[in-house]
Design a protein around this ligand. Sequence first.
Ligand SMILES: *Cc1c(COP(=O)(O)O)cnc(C)c1O
Length: 382
Amino acid sequence: MSALVYLDYAATTPVDPRVAEAMSRHLTLDGIFANPASRSHMLGWQAEQAVEGARRQVADAIGADPREIVWTSGATEADNLALTGLLRGCRARGRHLVTSIVEHKAVVDTATALEAEGFEVTWLTPGRDGRVTPEQLREALRPDTVLVSLMAVNNELGCMHDLAALAEVAHAGGAAFHVDAAQAVGRIPLDVERLGIDLLSLSGHKAYGPKGIGALYVRRHPDIRVEALIHGGGHERGMRSGTLPTHQIVGMGEAIALTTAEGEADQARITGLRDRLLAGLADLDGIHRNTDLAVSVPNILNLAFEGVDGESLLMALRDIALSTGSACNSASVEPSYVLKGIGVPRSLALASLRFSFGRFTTEADIDQALASLHHALTGLRR
Ligand SMILES: *Cc1c(COP(=O)(O)O)cnc(C)c1O
């Protein structure tokens, strides 16, 4: 049997060897292992320098000032801090949040928890392409709207929001604009100034960095007040306490810098791989695209295979690692809430698979996936 082909980059990416090498220099006694908050010795200063260098790398990648970057444990925590921290911090101004039903669970479940806490949420339903329009957002805004949260790139579909247009509408209505960019960094250009983004969530492990590290960009502006969720030593300008994990942070900084520098070339190559997969499936009937290619990144492709069950297809594709919808939902047999949210019929949603490609995907991987798909589909449909 041939080696396993990894086509699940949207669930997580492998750490780039260059990133792993940088991390390994920040762990052991002969490396830079000290507490970056230690002010009384050279080793602490070195660790602080490493952390601040990484902070600059992340800030540079999104056009921010390093002082606007808050380290978190991942994009989940960054989303929690953005939504809960800002709504609690801006209580005096209003208590209304606008988001969509196809956001990542880190936003959906946080917004639901805020509803239970007495805040009000308007849940927008996107179009079939997975996107909320600026007009929809304009209609949802109220005088007491404090925050709008919409993702840059949807993790199940790959569709991209028109961030600049949405930010403009949010700001015209007096609301701050939060963007979950976990799937976007290195895939599309991100500049918080040009796009008008006030808060932006990032994850290390979606960008060839380690798991367990992320960041929240928080615009320095008197209206953007974020209350801490984790209390302790007052690290990160009081917004997120806890000893900074130097090796994770160095890894994330390096990963984000690399993926920003190489993203455009990666995406051009990946477009070719995606098109190779689509061309290789053209002779099969009953394949529906849940991803609208015209408005989506090339590295995520969601397809429905009419007449088969997604779970059975996944089982039959033993040599291919991919997922039905999002990984967080694979334990349940309910169709993906994202596919349901854009109006995919239940039977097709249950027959859908998400292919996601990345830096290390090859033509041979695509060809192996095509051979397996043909074999599996012919068997299951017989
Ligand atoms: C993966 C992902 C998250 C969660 O990130 P973690 O770093 O794993 O917590 C949040 N939002 C989106 C869009 C994601 O793809």
